[in-house]
Design a protein around this ligand. Sequence first.
Ligand code: PLP
Length: 460
Amino acid sequence: MTDELTRLDRAHHLHPFTDFKALGEEGSRIIVHAEGVYIHDSEGRRLLDAMAGLWCVNLGYGREELITAATEQLRELPYYNNFFKSTHAPAVKLAAKLSEIAPAHMNHVFFTGSGSEANDTMLRMARRYWALKGKPEKQWIIARENAYHGSTVAGMSLGGMAPMHEQGGPLVPGITHVRQPYWFGEGRFGEGPLNDAADPSAQAFGRDCAAAIEARILELGEDKVAAFIAEPVQGAGGAIIPPESYWPAVKAVLAKYDILLVVDEVICGFGRLGAWFGSMHYDLAPDLMPIAKGLSSGYLPIGGVLVGDRVADTLIEEGGEFFHGFTYSGHPVCAAVALKNLEILQDERVIERVREDLGPYLASRWATLAEHPIVGEARSLGLIGALELVADKAGRARFDKSLAAGNLCRDICIERGLVMRSVGDTMIISPPLVITHAQIDAMVDLARDALDETARRLSL
Ligand code: PLP
């Protein structure tokens, strides 16, 4: 069966983010089953999924309540839309639930089918808001280099990943990118830990990154910028945790020029940082929050934009019809599953557990990997974390790019039964929020083992 699937896969299936020609004879790994934090492949191997799929399976695999919610809703009303003055209970109840858990000033949601669509939606909303306010010249969106905001044309234009920009252009106009608050990645490793009060250089760096936003605003024109978009902790760019000084300084700049704050919560939302939203962890009070992934724990595709009162009131009171929407906006089955997912996160106090117990426990265990000879930094916040691979700690040298050390380490992890992701030479984890202490121990042990083997194969 595996051979036949591999043959058909090669013959007919174009995969996202995959160099298909480079897959080799063995083809793709075929995942057949999953439970809790584990996935199983067609060769009968069990892997600890330290990435929660694509940062989304927050409740872990195999939750019967979600399966039941989907099945019941499929029987009751498998599809209807929310266009043209119709609606249905799952979308309404989910909207109300999201308003309950979101920051107090966010009381409306526009549903989409994915995080990319959520970012397309927020872009149109932000520009439309300013047009309705009589300031149509406020058009520019400032985003960050190396950011990921999705794969639609607007999503990838908002993202700051050069290889994406180079394919299938042109980009959406009116988007510009500024530097990211990546303390380690800017070649500063060895200059001190990220949030060490005794070492102010990282904090000065955070303020410099916020100052870069102000400089760009002044270049574009004080009254030309509609919004700034960023993730609280940048996910696909490399689990980049900003210095504590960054967000307060960014907020002050945006307030000074009356620019909307868009916080992309597609990864950080729904408990990843130990709060319902990353915005709550950093006290951000955004105007717009794109959401997806953990909204349904990835069981069914659903996303949306949470809209703050300032923007929502304007759209409702002054906007008339918003010519925008997707066939699957608020899809009843997806909405029913998302609602059940949020209820479980709430009833089982999953998010409190991440904040009070699992996050601190992971931090203490993960930090031990910083002692490894090929690890330059081990950082984590809540249940997101990264390891920076280096060739020489004392000499502050990265591995030669041609060695592809990150991909090697990722493949060795898989050989050992652990799914970690590599972004260049940054190894990332973002496990299900229901992971136990014992499973965290197992994850750290497997990672250490894989680091040893990576160092050995690189003949260090
Ligand atoms: N925004 C962020 C921060 C993401 O990480 C992603 C996906 O990884 C997206 C948006 C796009 O979401 P989707 O893949 O559901 O379109």
